[in-house]
Write a protein that binds this ligand. Structure first.
Ligand SMILES: [Zn+2]
Length: 241
């Protein structure tokens, strides 16, 4: 069932009006680079090539080291990829804010293509890309799932299907912000449900920012318990700690 079907006619009309209005504004005033204010040259990206170059890349093994700190995260993923280090109040936070809350889903797809390219340099293609789902109420608030938009870009580059049907989030969870590692794990553990169709496959889980890894580990465990063969992980960024 599409999200627009779940919305009331009034909410749907408002969202459509926002999207159309945004499109018209973009035509008149093309979006500026969120890092320096210059006109971005790459289509759909919220950053100009210079600001993209200046973003701090996450060290190669950093994401695996972070996951190792969660007992349930050790050895869960075959391959892990992340692009940048995420700093509070940094350029990437402005970008994330725009595509998560600012009704700019197209930024997610464009950034997802970059993430897909980085993954493809390291590993062979999975059977499908599985974005971290949002609980229904959160999705209604935002209008779309930012991880699904990233996943769309990743799947496009890897030439494999986007399988947002394989994982759902039937139980609402509170925001992970300001929670300790233990609290985060308790908060998301058991929040997900997997579709039986995930059995025997290699699935690439995609999310925006990895902090402790609790969310992606809880999601991966759910897929693994439902019979998934191999799991890999690609996140746009790793939060600095
Ligand atoms: Zn710039």
């Amino acid at each position: 069932m599409s999200s627009s079907f779940l919305l009331s006619p009034l909410a749907w009309t408002w969202q459509t009006a926002q999207t159309v209005g945004r499109g018209l504004l973009d035509l008149m005033y093309p979006p500026r680079c969120l890092g320096c204010g210059a006109r971005p040259e790459s289509a759909g990206l919220p950053l100009c090539p210079r600001c993209l170059q200046r973003m701090e890349r996450a060290p190669r093994m950093a994401i695996a080291a972070r996951l190792d700190r969660l007992p349930a995260g050790r050895g869960l993923f075959d391959e892990t990829t992340t692009l940048w280090v995420f700093d509070k109040d940094g350029t990437l936070q402005a970008v994330q804010h725009a595509f998560k809350y600012g009704n700019r889903p197209q930024y997610g797809v464009a950034l997802g293509r970059l993430l897909g390219k980085a993954y493809a340099e390291k590993a062979s293609g999975p059977d499908g890309v599985v974005p971290i789902p949002l609980h229904r109420t959160r999705k209604l608030e935002r209008g779309y799932n930012q991880s699904r938009m990233l996943g769309k870009g990743v799947a496009e580059v890897l030439d494999c299907p986007l399988r947002s049907d394989l994982l759902s989030r039937p139980h609402p969870t509170r925001s992970q912000t300001n929670l300790s590692r233990e609290e985060r794990w308790k908060n998301v553990h058991g929040a997900f449900a997997a579709d039986a169709g995930c059995a025997n496959g290699h699935w690439l889980i995609v999310d925006d920012v990895l902090t402790t890894g609790s969310t992606v580990v809880a999601a991966a465990q759910t897929l693994s318990e439902a019979g998934a063969d191999t799991l890999s992980l690609a996140t746009l960024a790793l939060a600095r700690q």
